[in-house]
Design a protein around this ligand. Structure first.
Ligand code: 5GP
Ligand code: MG
Length: 192
């Protein structure tokens, strides 16, 4: 659950911490159990949308002992902005064959829905046996394209968050928690 301002700051650029490292760990473990209840012991192929989903994917993979294959897909990012700009583009596509495979598509956060809709469409064209989607965060209220993920870590309000893989201008990905970036920094021009 989102926390209040009383939560101690772990980084001076954060306005508040939304999820601590411990809360993230606990939820990722639970998601591992949820995956197991759906996939059983079977093999599946993970497609991770990078860079944002790197940490979540790495942690989630270690919560399951199914045989898994991994591939990554790179989608154009926000650049240095905090709001989605136009249509996302595929920058680097899949390298392994997913035809006839059970696929789990993983992203860090579901916002307007454009990115996951684009990637789901691409995967579907490659004729997987099944496609399921998993996002760590879900800003349900911001959807522009209707999309419901099969597995969701936390539903969150419309705040720009960083940490645990999520960036602002490529920074803050290595924070172990997820926090709300100080709004003053969101509008400031990035450092040279
Ligand atoms: P969508 O296409 O659903 O609008 O956006 C999904 C992508 O936007 C995510 O993969 C993520 O890279 C980025 N994004 C959306 N909301 C946030 C946010 O609050 N913080 C950060 N750092 N990235 C976000
Ligand atoms: Mg992303």
């Amino acid at each position: 659950m989102p926390t209040r301002n009383k939560t101690p700051k772990v980084h001076p650029d954060l306005e508040s911490v939304m999820f601590t490292e411990a809360q993230i760990k606990k939820r990722v473990r639970e998601l591992g159990h949820e995956l197991r209840s759906v996939f059983g012991q079977g093999e599946f192929t993970i497609v991770s949308i990078i860079n944002g989903a790197v940490m979540f994917t790495a942690d989630l993979m270690r919560e399951i002992d199914n045989p898994v294959r991994l591939d990554c897909i790179r989608i154009s990012s926000y650049g240095d902005k905090t709001k989605s700009l136009g249509t996302p583009q595929i920058v680097s596509s899949l390298t392994i064959d997913i035809a006839g495979r059970h696929v789990l598509l993983i992203d860090d956060i579901l916002d307007t829905g454009k990115t996951i809709t684009l990637v789901s469409g691409l995967i579907t064209k490659l004729r997987p046996a099944s496609l399921r989607t998993c996002v760590f965060l879900d800003k349900e209220g911001r959807r522009e394209v209707p999309f419901v993920a099969d597995f969701v870590g936390f539903k969150i309000p419309d705040k720009f968050v960083v940490g645990y893989g999520l960036d602002f201008a490529e920074r803050y990905r290595n924070l172990p928690c997820i926090g709300v970036l100080n709004p003053q920094l969101q509008n400031a021009p990035g450092p040279a």
